[in-house]
Design a binder for this molecule. Structure first.
Ligand SMILES: Nc1ncnc2c1ncn2[C@@H]1O[C@H](COP(=O)(O)OP(=O)(O)OP(=O)(O)O)[C@@H](O)[C@H]1O
Length: 541
């Protein structure tokens, strides 16, 4: 554009205005505007695509993290990385890329054109650009560091909120709102402080570059004026050079801003990358316990000399645990709290891996099973079975995606849930999660059992709720377990006498060891701990 302007001016100086350069100048102005708009759109579009890919990869990874890894992290902070950090990346990436590509290209092109016009004036300009470059190099790492701290505080807010909302009733009952709010306020205040620090560094580099560019204008004007007076260059060359300088000034601003945005984006990207370095499970393709139409055969479970600690440095929770559960029937695990019963289930599900010994399903080490296939063979019902936000149907079909009315009817009957489904206002389509109708503890466990049974597992692991169930719920649970044990191998961490007395075998655990195995009658006669548990703990539950 400035070159076209120079031609127009030269023509005017000669008193003959040709249409060509004027048309070229107008066309260049319009084309420049359209290209800028188009470039903006393409860049934002690409940024959306890149950030969408980052979010998908991140969420995929988060859901495949290993259980011990999640236990070591703060879920709220992980959520912040998938939401706040990717949003920051989305916001900063286009500016950084546009500065890197357009800014650099236009700067280089402008500098070349300036060189063609006058080498001396170019020298002055390059000295200024170099000075701005030094300032930016010194300032930009500070912007990155401050942004990193801001994002860490945002992560802390997420973690503190997750902690508070996850135990909301306890929080209220303990009157701890203000104490929890203080933690959140501290994190918010820290985010503000570091955010302001980043803004201050950005302001420093923007101000320095703006002032220096202004000085550059004045120097170019002074030196250029002298050169025009001495006849070294013409007025039109000086005007064209100044026009190039006008075009260059915002580019320098853009480059300075781009480097700042790059630092901000890198801080977010570094936090996202940290998640990508966390250990994930190789889940593979979804597995099935048995082909459709074929009844799944009951599985066998063996623990052989299993030793396990949750973390290096923590005491062993299992110390040479060995037992065998043949296919079919009901096996109950009893023992004092902390004996390692639930841990046995976690090892079967391969949430953790033993430090020594073998856990086998059907005689094959669980580490040799493809993970998805192993878990497809197992139905796991946790002690505090959570109900997920959504309808009762969503909760039941979580493990299968969808199910026919017949399949749902079957598991509802098995889990003694027909009455519950009938009672709910919209039946299976009633919301039972956070915002919907609440289910009782016993009902939640039976929903979890129905969910597990819908996958037609060959092994059912049931960690009985420790809380007191009413007589109706307890009877329903007992019948459900007895039904399931007719066709499936059922392992129950038992806290209730009713489960234990009817079990085909009982494994008594104490302090990470298997102390005795037998039926209720055999153990009453032969094991003092069992006798004590039966008379005190179990009978009173
Ligand atoms: N995720 C974990 N990280 C570290 N230690 C754990 C973890 N889960 C359990 N433990 C510890 O391991 C020990 C055994 O726990 P486990 O849940 O297997 O006992 P349990 O026999 O099922 O007890 P309960 O009857 O109370 O459910 C306990 O001392 C517990 O504190």
């Amino acid at each position: 554009q400035p070159l076209a302007a120079k031609h127009v001016m030269d023509d005017m100086g000669r008193g003959q205005v040709a249409a060509g350069p004027v048309v070229a100048l107008s066309a260049l102005v319009v084309a420049g505007g359209v290209l800028a708009g188009l470039g903006h759109y393409v860049l934002d579009r690409s940024a959306e695509a890149v950030v969408c890919a980052a979010r998908r990869r991140l969420t995929d990874r988060l859901l495949r993290l290993r259980v011990p890894v999640v236990e070591r992290t703060e879920p709220g902070d992980l959520i912040a990385r998938a939401t706040s950090d990717t949003a920051l990346l989305r916001q900063s990436a286009p500016q950084a890329v546009s500065a890197a590509v357009t800014g650099t290209l236009i700067t280089v092109a402008t500098v070349v054109m300036m060189g063609l016009l006058d080498a001396v004036l170019l020298g002055v300009t390059l000295a200024v650009i170099a000075f701005v470059g030094v300032v930016v190099a010194v300032v930009s790492p500070h912007i990155g560091r401050a942004t990193r701290h801001t994002q860490e505080s945002v992560g802390r807010i997420g973690a503190a909120l997750e902690r508070a909302l996850g135990a909301f009733r306890t929080l209220k009952a303990s009157g701890a709102e203000q104490r929890e709010a203080a933690v959140l306020h501290r994190a918010a205040e820290h985010a503000r402080r570091t955010g302001v620090r980043a803004a201050a560094w950005e302001a420093v580099s923007a101000t320095v570059s703006a002032v220096v560019v202004q000085i550059c204008f004045l120097v170019v004007l002074g030196v250029g004026g002298t050169r025009v007076t001495s006849g070294a260059i013409g007025v039109s060359t000086l005007v064209a050079f100044l026009l190039y300088l006008f075009a260059l000034a915002p580019r320098i601003g853009q480059l300075v801003d781009g480097v700042g945005q790059f630092q901000i984006g890198s801080a977010a990207a570094a936090r996202i990358r940290e998640v990508e370095e966390l250990e994930v499970e190789d889940v593979g393709a979804p597995g099935v316990a048995a082909p459709p139409g074929q009844e799944p055969s009951p599985a066998t479970v063996t623990f052989h000399e299993v030793r396990f600690a949750y973390r290096p440095g923590l005491p062993d929770v299992h110390r040479r645990v060995s037992f065998t559960v043949p296919g079919c029937g009901l096996t109950a695990f009893v023992g004092p709290s902390g004996a390692g019963k639930t841990t046995a289930f976690s090892l079967i599900e391969r949430f953790y891996e033993p430090d020594a010994g073998r856990v086998s399903l059907d005689g094959k080490d669980v580490r040799e099973w493809p993970l998805a296939e192993l878990r497809a063979n197992i139905g796991y019902v946790e002690q505090d079975s959570p109900v997920l936000a959504g309808t009762l149907r969503d909760n039941l079909t979580l493990g299968v995606g969808e199910a026919t009315a017949d399949q749902l009817r079957r598991v509802l009957r098995l889990a003694r849930l027909e009455g519950v489904a009938d009672r709910l206002p919209q039946g299976l389509d009633t919301h039972v999660g956070h915002r919907g109708c609440r289910l009782s503890g016993g009902e939640r466990q039976r929903v979890a059992i129905a969910r597990a049974l819908l996958r037609r597992p060959r092994l059912l692991l049931l960690d009985e709720a420790t809380s007191q169930l009413d007589a109706a719920n307890e009877a329903a649970l007992r019948d459900t377990v007895a039904d399931a044990a007719r066709t499936t191998t059922v392992l129950v961490v038992a806290h209730r006498l009713s489960t234990v007395t009817t079990a085909d075998r009982i494994v008594v655990m104490e302090a990470g060891c298997v102390r005795a195995v037998g039926t209720h009658a055999q153990l009453l006669a032969g094991d003092s701990l069992y006798r004590e548990l039966a008379t005190t703990q179990l009978l009173h539950r």
